[in-house]
Design a protein. Sequence first.
Lengths: 100, 323
Amino acid sequence: MDPLFSQTVVRPPDTLDRIRRALIGSLHVNLSEEDLAYETKLDETVGLDSVAVLEFVAALEQEFGITFAPEMLTIEVVRDLSRLASYIDELLARSDIREP
Amino acid sequence: MRADRKLPESVANSLPTVEPPLVTFNDLLWLLYLYPVRWVAGIMPRSFLYAIGRLADPIVQFYSRGRKAKAVPWIADACRVSPERANSIARGSLSCGLFSLLDDLLFLRPWSKDALRCSGVEGMQHLESAVARGKGVILLAGHFPANRLAGQYLRARGYAVLSLRNRRATNVAEGRLGRRFLRPRWIELQNIAFPDQVDVRDPECSLTILRRMRAGGLAALLLDGRPGTNPVEHLFLGRPQSIPTGIFQIVRLSGCAVVPMLCVGRSDGFRIRFDPMLDVLPAPTRDAFVSSNLPQFVTAIERQVVENPEEWKLWIHFLARRW
């Protein structure tokens, strides 16, 4: 597994891949040099520029076609990969149920 | 990335660290402000507090005479006024900052809302139509101290306004007493007086603003604030300045409306003006969005400053902080 996502999470690989794509695209993470965990990378980037996390959230919303609920727009949710992936899966499942 | 992060550790360690003095004159002024003056403000009428302000004003003017003299040519150029008039504007700007500090103390009173005397609100329809869009509103503002009064006034009328503050602003004139004791106390009091604020250094800052926008709420952001990590150089009042771009990203990513807001005066008589909503131009990328919209954002604030130069407090702070 990519070291960026070295945490033990039981998620559909597709969700993780797509989160990674959003992260790379929005925060311009250089994966070739990476040996940092997801949280560390996000903290490092957001610590320098808090607006960067907005870019990441917007990229996630675009990638998955979802909208975060206001109460989930917190740094705790975004930096916890497992929780973030669960939440996205939950939103996707809800949208599947609604669709005929 | 900040410059100090680029320094190799060996170089950074070899740099001399200058220990500030225990107490500076600046600390003494803050000590007076935070204790005896604050206590007086809690029990005495506003007129008494303003009388203290009038007594303190000559001291503040004398203390800042050097920085004031440096600001005069810029003021004269930007406002197209004579040096004498520019000097008067510099004096007025300092006085305005002083009286706004005294007004801040009034907000520590439990009945502070009653202390607000608004003498007029112009352009309320612009704010109402922006709120009606339902995507939140950025109140674009400059460093006019009375904007805090506008925030309190709007809150009392059902428009909660989130504001952004740099609670850890550096102060080169402070000593160890100021750094370790007075500044934390001041931050604590600011949090009490203005609870609906988010610190610019809080990693949660931009998400807090986004939450407010998605709830259809208001946030007052300063275009002439301290530049963050991705500032752009742009002429501001005739001189190149670093303009923070975070505000543009929030507008781009939230789709919120932008309404320039200006408040001038003191708590015993202030006026609020809302200008028409800015016509935000869409752009596909972060940089393109900034390039497309920066000029109109800057023009809106420059106009406010030139029309009310005595009320803008950064003529002198800009000089001390950035040059």
